[in-house]
Design a binder for this molecule. Sequence first.
Ligand code: HEM
Ligand code: HEM
Length: 129
Amino acid sequence: MTDNARSRAWFRMAAVYFAVAVALGITMGASGDHSLLTVHAHINLLGWVSMSLFGFLGLAYPAITTGRLATWQFWLHNVGVPMMLLGLAAQLKGVPGVDPVLGIGTIAVGLGVALFTWLVLTRITARPS
Ligand code: HEM
Ligand code: HEM
């Protein structure tokens, strides 16, 4: 596998989300307040798990990490996920007026996932062995 700057960026982001999610999980466990369960789950799954997979898939198939579409996919996910999860945390805690943040973040994540799917379906091809 060749080194890839985009994959390195994904791995760094994934590690940060992992630390934040586990810190929240430990806080939830210790306090008995599980009201942010969905935030904890999605920090882990959209952050730690999905970003690690983006990183590994980029190492296996660098073609999905290059060019304008891949840059859009990177930023839609990296802007959308924190917007969605901070918006969700605020909504679950009863902060008023945060629905647009949650909505726009969720749409950004959805568009990023659609782009990722497109990149995988169109750019993963058999490599010469
Ligand atoms: C030290 C690490 C962790 C702690 C202390 C922790 C703690 C918790 C707690 C207290 C809950 C709420 C359980 C409930 O109310 O039913 C929870 C739920 C959850 N956690 Fe974690 N967690 C940790 C790591 C992880 C990791 C690494 C992942 C995924 C990669 C993960 C994924 C989830 C999911 C998906 C749920 C929701 C489960 C459901 O739908 O009932 N957690 N966690
Ligand atoms: C934009 C992306 C996503 C949206 C909008 C979304 C939305 C939701 C919603 C509305 C729920 C129900 C929460 C509740 O009952 O209170 C949920 C639960 C869940 N989702 Fe997602 N999801 C997304 C991405 C993902 C991904 C990528 C994964 C896994 C890799 C995942 C795994 C789960 C799991 C395990 C649960 C059950 C635990 C919980 O209630 O939080 N989701 N999701």
